[in-house]
Write a protein that binds this ligand. Sequence first.
Ligand code: FPP
Length: 273
Amino acid sequence: MKDVPQQRLPRHVAIIMDGNGRWAQGRGLLRTAGHDAGARTIRTVTTECARLGLEQLTLYAFSHENWKRPKLEITFLMKLLRRFLIEERPTLADNNVRLTAIGRLDDLPATARRELDRTIELSAANTGLNLCLALSYGGRAEIVDACRALAARVAAGTLSPRDIDEETISAAMYQPGRHPDLLIRTAGEMRVSNFLLWQISYTELFVTRACWPEFGVAELHAAFHDYATRVRKYGGLVDAADPGARDAAAPRPSAPPASPAPASPLSPGSRGR
Ligand code: FPP
């Protein structure tokens, strides 16, 4: 990635890891072999994101809707998660990666939850990449949970409805912080599948046909090269030739822009949403 300057790399990348089943079935293997291979890809991608100095990598590891899968597959995934959380501890330590998690974590089996809490605790002092696993996660559920928390504060008299703004809502999400700059989806589907609905309003999208188990460093770099060519306008007007104007248009972490970016002369292609 020597040809992409650090400031053109995304700081927060989110990934919808899809296609484990298709990858396995295409090779005459059980779907579970695809999940096993998918867990290995997590290590590759995490290590590379840490090496490149990214701040956050958020992975859609198990959705709220995934509980509808056959019981055997859910049991396999939960055992795999538990094993992953134990086996990855040295990799997290060696790469200065801090593990965090978002979602309805109380839904997880106690055995997986215990190892999750332990790995979070063991890696808490690491200062590099934040590897955030979305587990039993749903974007709508997250918004519901945030509304409940804000409503409770209003009922308790500690928050006035008129003080609720976009920042208040962002702060009530499972993990307040910088919203994703780039969302990658593997296996070709063109949808966001209830992932980070509040946070991806202005996120750049990259969809690849590669299934998650075959997604590697080369595919990650391809996504980053593509991202480096994007001009982020946040609904405003930006002169694409002026990187200074482009940077000025970037919102502060966790705060969507309240007003348009500095105006530039209207020219073909300079308006966007
Ligand atoms: C989608 O593949 C993948 C998931 C269910 C989530 C991601 C899971 C992993 C990468 C497994 C390991 C994760 C951890 C944290 C240990 P799919 O089964 O939906 O694929 P398909 O659409 O081809 O059927």
